[in-house]
Design a protein around this ligand. Structure first.
Ligand SMILES: C[S@@+](CC[C@H](N)C(=O)[O-])C[C@H]1O[C@@H](n2cnc3c(N)ncnc32)[C@H](O)[C@@H]1O
Length: 230
């Protein structure tokens, strides 16, 4: 049977990993999903660092959180897809950077972003981020996810802890009118956290962008219109 020609700048769709390669079935499924994922292909074509970039673009298209001139903190930023979107939409430049990012994994520099290579859970991370940004943010983004250990409940709890710490940080540092967006899980956001956010923000909703895989329990928590700390 004739093979489907590869599409310009991308791979042909419905690719399979050859059985000869010795891979665990889960690794084979992951590779096949990557090869056939239209967002992975689009990211490659458009020079985006991650398919995750399209989740933020989509959320922002619909909910307008990244305005021109807004100052942004990006938590869990590597490899930098969200940073690229934040730079483009805020108009951040290397001369006047409007975006500060943190990840304990190293990442290639993104022009217009000040990157800290450190753990956000370190005591001095919040201070270092504000220092790097040169003031309070208008937007706090968190795409942080804890590395999985394979035990679902443990994985879930560790990521929920990151969401809670990110939310506390946002409440501590945001400018009035600011926004907070964080990765969470379906059914994962504790009522106490939702109540706390509802006290501090005009609107709190969960969003699932199309770019987030339907089969994934991933969901985003969006809190808009920070009312201030007073
Ligand atoms: C899904 S990835 C982020 C992808 C990114 N939004 C993009 O578009 O390229 C999650 C990131 O969170 C980071 N992360 C998880 N826990 C962290 C922590 N405690 N401090 C800093 N980064 C963390 C991981 O290293 C990982 O790079």
């Amino acid at each position: 049977m004739a093979r489907k020609p590869a599409r310009p700048g991308g791979r042909s769709i419905n690719q399979h990993v050859r059985r000869k390669q010795k891979l665990k079935p889960s690794s084979r499924r992951w590779i096949e999903r990557q090869l056939n994922d239209p967002y992975v292909q689009r990211a490659k074509r458009e020079g985006m660092r991650s398919r995750a970039a399209y989740k933020l673009s989509e959320i922002d298209d619909k909910h307008a959180i990244l305005t021109r001139g807004a100052r942004v903190i990006d938590l869990g930023a590597a490899p930098g897809g969200w940073c690229q979107v934040a730079v483009e939409r805020t108009g951040s430049t290397p001369e006047e950077p409007l975006v500060a990012a943190i990840d304990y994994l190293g990442m290639d520099p993104v022009p217009g972003v000040t990157v800290l290579e450190m753990d956000f859970l370190d005591d001095d991370a919040p201070g270092r981020l504000i220092e790097a940004l040169g003031g309070a943010p208008d937007v706090v983004l968190s795409d942080m996810a804890a590395p999985t250990v394979g035990h679902r409940q443990t994985d879930h709890m560790r990521t929920m802890h990151l969401v809670e710490v990110a939310a506390e940080f946002a409440i501590e540092v945001l400018e009035p009118g600011g926004h907070f967006l964080a990765k969470t899980f379906q059914g994962g956001t504790e009522k106490a956290l939702l109540d706390r956010l509802k006290n501090h923000f005009a609107k709190v909703i969960h969003v699932k962008p199309d770019a987030s895989r339907a089969e994934s329990v991933e969901l985003y928590l969006l809190a808009k219109g920070f009312k201030g700390r007073g």
